[in-house]
Design a protein around this ligand. Structure first.
Ligand SMILES: [Zn+2]
Length: 280
């Protein structure tokens, strides 16, 4: 969840951490694989419950890993297995009634009949995209509770058209200006990172492993991590700062229009800035 959290924050979303979330687990001894599916729910809370809906209840009863507020803010409430999927499936390699130990869930504050604030919609799509990136999965594994639950019709949540949701998740990279991570080839990205670190005078780039897993963004972070670590100026914080700095250096209205040159220049400025801070 740390990697998911950091990615969401690097995209500009507000992610709170509920006290005790790291050790909150409905099945303490279980083997948990959170990469099988992302399941979206709504909490059926009324508007009178306020921005965070059923947050306290969901936390106490361990009903999801994530809660989305009506305004799009996020709280991580649990790191381990939670009780959210119940009877349902099977789906792909997830056995019938076996999703809790193989999925991540968000409970979205929504009555089921109220409209979604655009900020909330964007935050949900981003959360699902971030899960895809971290888990190394496609948007096909983002599902709604109503799709998982059996018999069909037992659950109505979320009210969202999940085919449209998945399309939005798949397209998030473009609409959110993240497209350069997804559009560049692995060779282009490797070239960017190597050019940047060599330009900074950091040696050892040739020794760094060029791992490309879980999508290009992770590859960039892994690569920068490896190089900085070899220079003794490393740390996960440095890498997160670089990723955030790259985004900050890119033109705000980039949209689908970032060129390789834009990205190279932004990355170069970002790495230089972070490396200078680290050695100061
Ligand atoms: Zn549900």
């Amino acid at each position: 969840m740390e990697e998911w959290r950091d990615l969401m924050r690097s995209w500009g979303f507000t992610v709170h951490e509920a006290a005790g979330w790291r050790t909150r687990d409905a099945q303490p001894a279980s083997r948990y694989d959170p990469t099988g599916m992302f399941l979206e729910h709504h909490d059926a809370s009324s508007l009178l419950s306020g921005n965070w809906g059923a947050l306290a209840y969901v936390t106490q009863k361990r009903l999801a890993q994530i809660v989305h507020a009506r305004d799009g803010q996020i709280t991580i409430v649990a790191a381990g297995v939670t009780h959210h999927a119940g009877v349902g499936g099977p789906f792909l390699d997830i056995p019938a009634n076996g999703a809790n130990t193989k999925s991540v869930a968000t409970e979205v504050a929504n009555s089921g009949s109220e409209r979604y604030d655009p900020r909330l919609t964007r935050s949900i799509i981003a959360a699902e995209k971030a899960w895809c990136v971290v888990a190394g999965r496609g948007a096909d594994r983002v599902r709604g509770h109503k799709e998982w639950a059996t018999p069909k019709g037992r659950k109505q949540d979320p009210s969202i058209d999940m085919n449209a949701r998945r399309a939005d998740v798949a397209a998030f990279a473009t609409t959110a200006g993240e497209d350069w991570f997804d559009m560049a080839t692995p060779q282009e990205l490797e070239a960017i990172v190597l050019k940047v670190v060599r330009g900074e005078g950091l040696s050892g780039a040739g020794d760094a492993p060029l791992m490309l897993k879980r999508g290009y963004e992770k590859a960039i972070r892994d690569q920068v991590t490896a190089v900085l670590r070899s220079e003794g100026v490393s740390g996960a914080g440095d890498v997160s700062r670089i990723v955030a700095a790259i985004r900050a250096e890119l033109p705000a209205e980039g949209g689908a229009g970032y060129s390789l040159a834009d990205v190279e220049a932004a990355t170069e400025r970002a790495v230089r800035k972070v490396a200078a801070d680290a050695s100061a």
